[in-house]
Structures are given as C-alpha cells and as structure tokens.
Design a protein around this ligand. Structure first.
Ligand code: UDP
Ligand code: XDX
Length: 336
C-alpha cells in the first residue's frame, strides 16, 4: 500500500462507537441531514430501517431532518411499507419528469438529491438485515466534526452466511473486481476497505457537483470522482462493525461487475490513461479483521509476460527448415 494511503488509513479512520448521537446533536447546529434509502422491492426490510432511524434519530435525538425512500420501480409494497414507517417516498421515475427515465440504483441516488434538502446526505441500502442507527451516526461523525471532510465511506465485516461467518464471505464484486481495479489504477484508494459498500455520506456541496453512474457503478464512480474533487484527505472511513444484506446471484453480480468495469473504463479514458500502463502496481492490499480493526494485508498480484515461444532461441533451434517441430523435440528425458 502506498505510504500516503497507509497514512490516510491511520488518520481518517474511526468507528461508529466514536460518534454517539447526543454529542453530535450539539455539533449539528443548523446543518440539515437527509437520510436516503434507494429501494427496489425491499418491502421486507425497508420498514424496519426507516422505523429505527425515525425512532432513534428523529424522535429521540433529532439528528436527522428527513428520511427519504426512493422507490426504484418496486413491484412489491416497498412504497407503502416505507411510508407507513415514516419515510417520505418518491417514485424514481416521477422525479425530474422532464428528463428521460433511466434505471438502476445510481439513478435513484442521483434523483434523491432533487427531492431532499439536507446539507449532508446519508445513503443507506434498504435491504440491510442488521441495520443499526449507529450506521447513520457513524457516517455523520466525521462530517459534523471535520470541515475538511466531505465524503465518508462505511467499512464493515460482510458475512455471507449469517453473523457467525467471517467478513470475507460477502462483497464478492468488491473482492474480485473493485479492489484489484483500485489497487492497480487508483492505489491512493487502496485503504478504502469497502469501496462498493452502500452506506456512505457526503456534503451536498460535493454531491451536487459529481456525476452519478446510473446502475451499480454509482459507488465506484462517486469514489473516484470524490477523490478527484476533494482529494484523499477530503475523505474519511468509519467502521460500522458488520453489514448483512440480501445477496444477488453470481449471474446478477456479473452485470454489476460489468457496470463497475464500464465505470472504471470511463474514468481511465477520461484521464487519458487508456494505454499500456508504464508501471502497474503488483501490490494488492486486502483487509482482515484484527484486534485493532480492519488490518491491511499486502499481497503480490504481480504478473509478467512471456514472449511468443517462436522468439525463444532455444525453441527456434528445435524447428526444422519449414518451421516444423522435429519429432520428439522437447520431450523430457525418458526414464529408459
Ligand atoms: O435498480 C435498483 C437496484 C437496487 N436498488 C437498491 O439499491 C440497494 C443495493 O442494491 P442491491 O441489494 O441490488 O445490491 P447488492 O446489495 O446485492 O450489491 C438496495 O437497497 C436496492 O433496493 C435500487 O434502488 N434500484
Ligand atoms: O460489494 C459487493 O461486492 C456487492 C455484492 O455483495 P455480496 O457479494 O452480495 O455480499 O455489494 C455492493 O455493491 C454494489 C455496487 O457498488 C452496491 O450498490 C451495494 O450497496 C453493495 O452491497
């Protein structure tokens, strides 16, 4: 990991426990806070999340000024369940009706900016099964206490088969696509433990100036563009413990991976980097949960390239005048 990334990881990391709600309320002042949940067919989970935020962070400790659910073309009762729990619900396609309707999570998140008023916007997925209001207070902590920070990402263990499993199970596209991509092309972001995590927060003054990828590329796109806009020091990361959510099939995640690769491609192309990398970094930084939190583990992912065999003199010598391989050429030493 680059020394700059490791230094950032030390300086800009905290945990949800560092940001209890009451002290944050004293720091909120006139800052308005919106919590946004993008929800497509999340009737089973959206109500519990909204209710928990409303109970703890609107009624008990009024840190949150509005809870907005963007109904992303649900065909179940997501909208009714979210409204009954106390959220303001907007249909994704009804927002900014002059514009052509696009699909995907990023479209829902982008349009949420048009129907919210918070100076700070907190994004929370609506399919979480172990949500805690500390997810919201944790993300608000750095933004309410550090004016230099404009974008905060959550990190967490991501068990795949229930709370008892190690965090390594979930985040399949993170581990197989996003993390290698970031380490290769954006090593400054190698300290982001969960680059694709759906829980993050930003100042509106930043978010309204960033493009949003419409599908599942939204998290990667925002991360890359936030780095460009505010620099690594304008970002922070908060450990929220563990995050469990409903999982898509591998087949569905292939579509997500393709959208994420398109997003990376577009940013590389925009920076004129779509040419052979002069010195790609062979390092891949992964993270293991240790006594002091997510501990970086550097792995060597270096690859080299062998030339066409025909160009290897020892091989070329074994070829006949017509370029054919002499019978028995290259066979190992026979035992007999
Ligand atoms: O077109 C979409 C796709 C997803 N989502 C929401 O975005 C969040 C994350 O999506 P999903 O659960 O499909 O992704 P995963 O967590 O499996 O990576 C969830 O609240 C979804 O309901 C959405 O609002 N619109
Ligand atoms: O991190 C990941 O690899 C994917 C899939 O997670 P799982 O393998 O189903 O635990 O989940 C995330 O990716 C999406 C794309 O950025 C986000 O929109 C989701 O909120 C997030 O859960």
């Amino acid at each position: 990991m680059l020394a700059e990334a490791a230094d950032w990881l030390r300086r800009r990391s905290s945990s949800a426990a560092d940001w209890p709600a009451e002290p944050l309320l004293g720091l909120k002042g006139s800052t308005r806070v919106s919590v946004v949940l993008p929800a497509r067919d999340e009737q089973d989970t959206v109500g519990g999340i909204v209710s928990a935020i409303r109970r703890d962070l609107v009624e008990r400790t009024p840190l949150v000024d509005e809870i907005v659910v963007i109904d992303s073309r649900s065909v179940d009762d997501t909208a009714a369940v979210a409204a009954a729990a106390g959220a303001k619900v907007f249909g994704q396609d009804a927002i900014l009706p002059r514009l052509p309707c696009l699909s995907g999570k990023g479209e829902a998140l982008w349009k949420s900016l048009a129907v919210t008023s918070g100076d700070i916007v907190v994004f929370v997925d609506a399919d979480l099964v172990n949500f805690s209001p500390s997810f919201v207070t944790g993300l608000l902590g750095p933004l309410l206490t550090c004016p230099e920070v404009s974008y905060v990402k959550a990190c967490y263990d991501r068990p795949y088969n229930g709370p008892e499993e190690s965090f390594a199970g979930g985040g399949r596209v993170t581990e197989l696509v996003a993390r290698p991509l970031l380490n290769l092309h954006w090593p400054l972001l190698a300290g982001i433990v969960q680059p694709l995590g759906g829980e993050y927060a930003g100042r509106r003054s930043l978010l309204e100036r960033l493009p949003f990828m419409t599908g599942y590329g939204v998290e990667l796109g925002l991360l890359l563009d936030a780095l460009e806009a505010v620099g690594l020091d304008g970002m922070a990361q908060v450990d929220l413990g563990a995050r469990e959510h409903s999982h898509q099939s591998t087949e569905a995640l292939a579509v997500m991976a393709a959208q994420i690769l398109q997003t990376a491609w577009s940013r590389l192309d925009r920076r004129g980097l779509m040419m052979p990398l002069s010195s790609p970094s062979p390092a891949l930084t992964q993270f293991h949960r240790g006594p002091s939190g997510h501990e970086p583990v550097d792995r060597d992912a270096g690859v080299a390239e062998r030339p066409p065999m025909i160009e290897v003199p020892e091989y070329a010598l074994t070829l006949g005048p017509a370029g054919e391989r002499a019978r028995g050429a290259g066979r190992g030493h026979s035992r007999d």
